[in-house]
Design a binder for this molecule. Structure first.
Ligand SMILES: Nc1ncnc2c1ncn2[C@@H]1O[C@H](COP(=O)(O)OP(=O)(O)OP(=O)(O)O)[C@@H](O)[C@H]1O
Ligand SMILES: [Mg+2]
Length: 242
């Protein structure tokens, strides 16, 4: 293994993913280095969620290679991929109904010996509203509270990389900038690697440092740093409906 490869948490080479006969992702390549925060930006329906589903083995790739921390996980079942250290915050949030906030967190816990490890108390210290509502059925939380619970739940697994599917979707801008963005920045500073899917480029540019601009068929039209995208807003206009 080369040094550069050893430093990669996620490597995708020539990914092809289908739903039945629909060929959705047609040759996607990308990578995320350890401690990096990377985004995939693209319009509705280009294949952002499908890419995350392929990484997780939920909609396995038909061709191409996915490597996580050096292992070829392309054909692995989801539970095995997750155990490798992936935290997933799905767009639908998928909070278990009939289960309290606290149980939602407890069910996801994967203890770690690391002194910075995520625990219930640490999640509550970042999201006091979850502590105040710890006995409430998680599925009855507000949209913003459910997003916090979904993020807290992913962190309880003490992942090495966290995949987030449009965490700002449907939330008030104030909540995005005062709650979601700060927790993601905290995660990056404390050594978590992030892959963030977004259409909200304002947040994505502040959280991630490198961006893949996805067009139809999951094709990456361009990669750019936050500085490059800030300097040239035309790139964003071309790839996002803004
Ligand atoms: N289960 C499925 N069966 C068939 N087609 C699907 C399925 N899920 C998604 N698709 C199609 O695959 C394409 C990519 O969908 P995907 O959900 O990955 O897009 P996206 O970039 O995440 O969009 P959005 O921003 O709206 O979430 C779309 O054309 C969609 O209709
Ligand atoms: Mg999606």
């Amino acid at each position: 293994m080369h040094d550069s490869e050893a430093n990669k948490i996620l490597e995708i080479e020539d990914l092809h993913t289908y739903y039945g006969r629909s060929h959705i992702i047609q040759g996607l390549s990308m990578d995320v280095a350890r401690l990096e925060a990377v985004s995939i930006l693209g319009r509705n329906g280009v294949g952002k969620t499908t890419t995350l589903r392929s990484i997780l083995g939920l909609t396995p790739a038909r061709r191409g290679t996915i490597r996580i921390n050096g292992d070829d996980t392309t054909r692995w079942p989801t539970h095995r991929v997750v155990r490798k250290g992936i935290g997933y915050v799905p767009a639908e949030r998928n909070i278990f109904p009939g289960v309290s906030v606290e149980e939602n967190l407890r069910l996801a816990a994967k203890p770690s010996a690391d002194e910075d490890a995520w625990t219930m108390d640490k999640v509550y210290s970042h999201f006091p509203v979850l502590k105040a509502r710890n006995r409430q059925d998680g599925s009855t939380l507000s949209g913003g509270e459910q997003q916090m619970l979904a993020i807290g739940r992913a962190l309880m697994g003490n992942p090495i990389i966290m995949l987030l599917d449009e965490p700002s979707q449907g939330l008030a801008p104030l909540l995005v900038f005062e709650v979601i963005q700060p927790i993601l920045l905290f995660c990056i500073q404390s050594g978590l690697t992030l892959l963030l899917v977004e259409q909200n480029h304002r947040m994505a540019l502040k959280v991630a440092s490198r961006h893949y601009l996805m067009g139809i068929k999951g094709k990456i039209g361009q990669t750019a740093t936050s500085e490059e995208l800030t300097a040239d807003s035309e790139i964003i206009k071309k790839h996002l409906a803004v």
